[in-house]
Design a protein around this ligand. Sequence first.
Ligand SMILES: Nc1nc2c(ncn2[C@@H]2O[C@H](COP(=O)(O)OP(=O)(O)OP(=O)(O)O)[C@@H](O)[C@H]2O)c(=O)[nH]1
Ligand SMILES: [Mg+2]
Length: 373
Amino acid sequence: MKVIGIGGAGGKIAAKMDSENAILVNVSQTELDKVVGGGERIVAPIQSIAGQFRGSRKEPQIGLEAYRTIRRRMLENIRGAIVFSSTGGGTGNGITKGILEDIVELDEHAEGGHGLPIQDKTMFCLLLPDDSETREYVENSIDFLSDTLAGVIDKGCTGNIMLFSNKLKFADKIGEDAYNQMIVDSLNVFMAIPQKNETMKLLELHIDQEDFAAYIAKPYFNHFCYFDYDRTKDLGVQIKANANSLLLPPEEAIEVMFLLEVPPGQDHTMFYDIMQYYSKLKSPPVYSVVENPALQRPFLTLSMLYSRKPIEVLEEYNQKNVDNKDAIVQRSINQYVNLQKVAVDMDDEAKRAGAEKGINSEVLNSLRRIGKL
Ligand SMILES: Nc1nc2c(ncn2[C@@H]2O[C@H](COP(=O)(O)OP(=O)(O)OP(=O)(O)O)[C@@H](O)[C@H]2O)c(=O)[nH]1
Ligand SMILES: [Mg+2]
């Protein structure tokens, strides 16, 4: 997959993800020159000469204006790509905002109103600041999540969105370069799923490139994790204990994909327990089981797609604040992400799903009347 890095953090992480071909985008030539690795570099010129050295100075508006000068080039490049960007600075935030606004447009007009095809969907890896970081970083990120991203998610025109966070970096005092490597290594475990299916002996089903591409083209947040799977323990407990601490914690799963790798000669039927655990999902998990001769114990890579929590939770939260007027509630990333209204309008989702299956909205309306939806 094509890899694109925007702004300071985005550029450094993208260059690690694809040290030969990552496309690095920044308003500052100076900042671009400092990135080790990567391929093509795109400078988005900004009005002030100082900007070429100093970047967007944490002002998303500057990044957004700069985006307009490289818009055509970016829109050619983002199709089917992974985009890395932080949401705290001005460059990554502003340019990514511009891209997302344009994706909404593109999606509306693509394929005679049917939206962008799977292979053109863009996956976004967004990096959120720790709450202890500079106020501007936190505020920019919250604006990004609540304004830019919320609208786009509701329209369902991106691929998966991964919300990485600097929380663990600060909690465990991890150096920038090492932390970037952790993000890349972790993401590569997830991205290796189709390749493992190609190279290892298949025991159950098969997740091929197309299945994987279809999954990462879905417009939801993706939380993935991986761990030695113990069939004697509850899966929920294991997921909780092994949640990916580089990513924000997931909400309730809408869709799931998993790859179970088992050592040769071991019974692999434990995958049924995982299926059973997710039996309440509307669509059953996408999965496969392979034999991995390098393993001693079964290893599970699991991805959950989720959206936002129901509106009631937000209302309850707001109500509490009304009751407690004197309390100064400082907005934090964690609060924000946990307390937003549900992103996917179920009516729209039903219509979209219906349209895919050729059901028109009249049928949907009648189903709704008789309480089937
Ligand atoms: N993990 C990690 N976080 C980084 C890195 N560089 C910056 N950050 C974080 O990213 C946010 C700042 O965004 P940057 O990517 O530096 O900003 P930018 O997009 O270049 O925007 P301007 O510098 O304002 O033009 C803050 O939350 C930083 O802590 C990095 O290499 N690794
Ligand atoms: Mg910068």
